[in-house]
Design a protein around this ligand. Structure first.
Ligand SMILES: [Fe+2]
Length: 276
């Protein structure tokens, strides 16, 4: 925990002030836009791997089987971000490489190229998140350890999500308003504008995502570990234009989710209702 001492009160106060002003905070991130776009391209290449092979690359790492790591395809049911239709995403975590060590699944060139890019992005998202946890721990020293119950090599319960959104038409929702269910979310990159963040429905404001910046959004669990200065970011995603990324994809996003061990995981209803 030596590194916590590097974070100072000034950083904590600046973070809290930024959250009070706009419900998210801009965190320095060394990943260039080109690097993130290249990783997204590799993700779309990976999606052309056979369905059977994709679905084999998944496992659960939590006692209650929430989330899971690897490839996920959801169709015909409302998912955790309120989308009703089909979508595909991938949760990268370094545990995946250990779980599937020696497996032929990792030898597919498209899979290998994608995982290599994902690992590089994960490393930076992890570094930026760790710094963030250190800052939060200036006032809440017990928070840091909740992310690293066993090792500081990685956040125990985390996922770097590569997400492909199906087209739904200009001005329509790609994700209706919600809180993320974990503790802290870093929005690393999106193919196009459309993310809106605020305190509540009336305050939702389109976000401009600058190069070299990750957007820190407190998620549902964070006030439980801290206080309401870390009110979760209410957010939705609107398809801002008819100009979609690809014929079958309105948009992509790369997001890093981190959860604290032992915190209350909200129900779908709780995640879709503004807190008082
Ligand atoms: Fe979200």
């Amino acid at each position: 925990m030596q590194s916590i001492e590097k974070a100072d009160r000034e950083s904590f106060d600046a973070l809290v002030a930024e959250l009070a002003a706009k419900n998210y905070a801009e965190i320095p991130c060394t990943l260039s836009r080109a690097k993130l776009e290249s990783a997204a391209e590799r993700f779309f290449d990976y999606l052309t791997v056979s369905q059977e092979e994709k679905e084999a690359l998944h496992f659960y790492d939590r006692p209650e089987n929430r989330q899971g790591i690897g490839y996920v395809r959801k169709a015909g049911e409302e998912d955790e971000v309120g989308r009703m239709d089909f979508k595909e995403y991938f949760h990268y975590h370094p545990k995946l490489l250990k779980e599937f060590a020696g497996s032929n699944l990792l030898k597919n060139p498209k899979t290998a190229a994608y995982l290599e890019a994902a690992e590089e992005i994960h490393a930076e998202a992890f570094r930026a998140s760790k710094k963030l946890f250190e800052i939060i721990s200036v006032e809440f020293p017990e928070v840091y350890g909740r992310f690293f119950p066993r090792t500081e090599e990685y956040v125990e319960y985390a996922a770097l999500r590569f997400l492909k959104y199906e087209p739904s038409g200009e001005g329509n929702f790609l994700a209706r308003a919600h809180y993320d269910r974990g503790c802290a979310t870093l929005a690393l990159a999106e193919s196009a504008p459309g993310l809106r963040i605020g305190k509540d429905e009336a305050a939702l404001t389109p976000v401009e995502h600058k190069d070299g910046i990750a957007l820190f959004m407190p998620a549902y669990q964070l006030p439980e570990l801290t206080d309401m200065r870390f009110r979760p970011a209410w957010h939705d995603v609107v398809q801002a234009s008819e100009n979609v990324f690809r014929e079958n994809a309105a948009r992509w996003a790369i997001v890093y989710f981190t959860d604290a061990e032992g915190a209350h995981v909200p129900t779908k209803e709780e995640a879709h209702q503004v807190m008082g």
